[in-house]
Design a protein around this ligand. Structure first.
Ligand code: SAH
Ligand code: F3S
Length: 478
């Protein structure tokens, strides 16, 4: 998880700015890709209200911070930023500050009471209400809307691409989550799971293709449970008519439609959930050359006992079988994980199960966290956060160290290959090198020569570090 979108060096920022707009919006985003995608919806809505985005906090009329609640640390980071905004506001009392996203939803009007600097609190399903709420704030009142919706997908809002390199974009396909993993705050902050109309997804992807984008990532908390049957709310599917059931589109169907509609667009998706991922999805990936060979497949723990307490609805064995199936259908597939160290009651034996599962899979990379108790979740309410901090830390370090070994094992396996890389930006380490990702989502750097951002090039891999491949471009892949 990154705190702030990485600096896109060497690329031009594509940013829709209306000339007649006079007001300035400073928008900062934290947390998951979905939040960054939501901020693009917010920018679009505010753009129509006379606001252009700005990078300068000092000149902002309105500051909006799209927040994350996933771990306590994420919330502390936002609180520090609010202090900073408060300091700037002292010099510019007309500036208004709003909190959006998961923290807004979790803390609701408490924000207005506790954090005196906040004028506006808006939850993830209420962004269309922003123009009205901002007006209320301009009239001198505080404003809150944290109502969660069962329908809102923002399918009709054309996002303004923020901080974009003009090459890759996120496209949301579902909102919310019905899974109720016991550690996770998302079902509470983002509400029930609903899917977006496939036609609006295809339209957005086609529009991105027209604008020159080369890669999209379909986004959802659990993309595999995507289901459109004329209605969007997953839990109401049982009530759908026979006709609706017969013509329903699941995730593999959606992937197939998107891949066919834009055969030159590279397609990625995130996040997959092991309990819902079907063989059809893997076969659809194998069928289309433009769907990348990469699956982010969080497991959280390798211990059956802990998986059960987490309410992850699969066993270690089932997960390993899924991995076997992925590898037999797409042998070169990149696979990454999310892992939590120190979930309540986790023993050394459970921890060892996590390490041996990692040995089995040898993930390409991963996102690893120490368990952080979240108020309101089942684990928060019913389980003792009983693994001592130093034990959590030590286990996390062991997981990270093992992942590093496996990442290196994986990057080394690419040596000598020639691989297709989509150029995204200038390498962070050298102005003379491009950086882009191969199909498996591993970063590849190579001398720029005469290639450009957005080119798909064949790169011969000569060297590697634990996380990065190093090579030479041979020719354009198109
Ligand atoms: N399905 C989501 C998961 C969102 S949360 C997705 O699209 O990625 C991302 C990751 O944060 C989870 O997979 C989990 O590993 C981690 N996480 C969630 N809640 C946590 C908690 N309370 N403590 C530590 N890590 C947590
Ligand atoms: Fe959270 Fe589990 Fe959903 S991790 S986002 S409740 S799949």
């Amino acid at each position: 998880m990154k705190a702030i979108l990485a600096d896109q060096q060497g690329t031009t920022l594509e940013r829709e700015q209306h000339q007649n707009n006079t007001k300035k919006l400073y928008l900062e985003s934290y947390g998951c890709q979905m939040n960054f995608s939501d901020s693009e919806i917010v920018a679009s809505i505010m753009n129509k209200e006379g606001y252009n985005t700005t990078d300068s906090l000092k000149e902002a009329d309105l500051v909006l911070v799209n927040t994350c609640s996933i771990r306590d640390k994420a919330e502390q980071t936002v609180r520090k930023r609010l202090e900073k905004f408060n300091a700037v506001k002292e010099d510019n009392p007309k500036m208004k500050v709003g909190v959006l996203g998961c923290m807004a939803e979790r803390l609701k009007s408490k924000f207005l009471e506790e954090e005196k600097i906040v004028d506006l609190v808006v939850g993830p399903d209420a962004y269309k209400d922003l123009p009205k709420l901002v007006k209320e704030v301009e009239d001198g009142r505080n404003a809150v809307n944290v109502i969660l919706s069962k329908e809102e997908t923002y399918g009709d809002v054309q996002p303004v691409r923020l901080q974009s390199n003009g090459v890759s974009a996120f496209v949301s396909i579902t909102r919310g989550c019905d899974n109720m993993c016991t550690f996770c705050v998302v079902p509470f902050t983002r509400g029930r799971e609903r899917s977006r109309d496939p036609r609006s997804i295809i339209n957005e992807v086609s529009d991105l293709a027209d604008k020159g984008y080369k890669e999209i990532t379909l986004l959802g908390q659990n993309v595999d449970s995507y289901l459109w049957y004329g209605g969007g709310l997953k839990k109401d599917f049982r009530k759908a008519s026979e006709m609706q059931k017969a013509t329903a589109v699941g995730f593999s169907g959606l992937l197939d439609m998107v891949a066919k509609a834009q055969p030159r667009m590279r397609i990625r998706f995130s996040t997959s959930n092991p309990q819902d991922m079907t063989l059809d999805v893997i076969r659809t990936m194998a069928k289309h050359k433009n769907i990348c060979n990469y699956i982010h497949l969080p497991v959280q723990s390798g211990s059956d006992r802990i998986l059960k307490k987490m309410n992850r609805l699969h066993t270690r064995q089932e997960y390993m079988e899924l991995i076997d199936n992925i590898r037999s259908i797409i042998p070169e597939c990149g696979i990454s994980q999310d892992m939590i160290a120190g979930f309540p009651s986790e023993t050394e034996e459970d921890h060892q199960d996590t390490l041996t599962l990692m040995e089995y899979v040898k993930y390409d990379f991963g996102f690893m966290f120490a368990y952080s108790e979240r108020p309101g979740t089942v684990a928060g309410k019913k389980m003792q956060d009983d693994v001592p901090q130093e034990v959590k830390k030590r286990r996390l370090q062991e997981i990270i160290a093992l992942q590093r070994e496996h990442s290196h094992y994986r990057t080394k396996s690419h040596l000598g290959n020639t691989e297709e890389v989509l150029i995204e930006k200038t390498s962070k380490k050298s102005d003379e090198h491009w950086a882009g990702r191969n199909s498996q989502n591993t970063m590849v750097v190579f001398p720029k020569q005469n290639y450009q951002v957005g080119d798909l090039v064949n790169v011969k891999i000569k060297d590697c570090t634990t996380a990065t491949l190093i090579g030479d471009a041979i020719e354009k892949a198109e």
